[in-house]
Design a protein around this ligand. Structure first.
Ligand SMILES: [Zn+2]
Ligand SMILES: [Zn+2]
Ligand SMILES: [Zn+2]
Length: 160
């Protein structure tokens, strides 16, 4: 059986709570529920932090050494097209991958690289305001919002 979502800070979604649920969604959207996809999704569910494609490929190969790294990359692309996986840029490094059902925005400290998961409701007011005033639909999940964490603000005050 699959474990509950243990992604740091991720809130469980009422809709999708297991690998089987995600694979059902893949099939409903015309995709195939392959072994590779199952192993990749399980690795995403089991991850304690957001993994890059390379880290995900490592996690997959530790479970199923037969699955080639290029298969992992191709399936990540396919599952993004099917809307069950999304990627986020949390800084200067490579993108990280999340399950679409648990996807959320991030704040990233520019000094210490601390990453804070944003609560789901945080951007609702801003989304509405930006849409009303600029007619623009914001996507807070794709890129992290940069700034200073509270510890780094305190350190800056202490040394300033
Ligand atoms: Zn910091
Ligand atoms: Zn996160
Ligand atoms: Zn991107």
């Amino acid at each position: 059986m699959s474990k509950p979502i243990s992604l740091a800070g991720a809130r469980p979604s009422g809709r999708v709570s297991s690998v089987d649920d995600v694979l059902a969604l893949v099939r409903a959207r015309g995709g195939r529920a392959t072994i590779s996809r199952r192993v990749i999704l399980q690795a995403l569910f089991d991850a304690h932090r957001h993994l890059t494609a390379e880290e995900l490929a490592e996690a997959v190969q530790s479970r199923a050494p037969d699955i080639h790294i290029s298969t992992v990359y191709r399936n990540l692309d396919d599952m993004q097209r099917l809307g069950v996986v999304v990627h986020s840029h949390l800084g200067h490094g490579p993108a990280t991958y999340q399950l679409a059902s648990a996807a959320h925005a991030h704040f990233l400290c520019e000094v210490c690289d601390a990453t804070i998961d944003a609560p789901d409701d945080l951007f609702k007011g801003l989304s509405k305001t930006v849409m009303t005033r600029l007619g623009f639909s914001i996507d807070p999940i794709h890129f992290a919002i940069l700034g200073l964490c509270s510890a780094c603000q305190a350190a800056a005050r202490a040394s300033g």
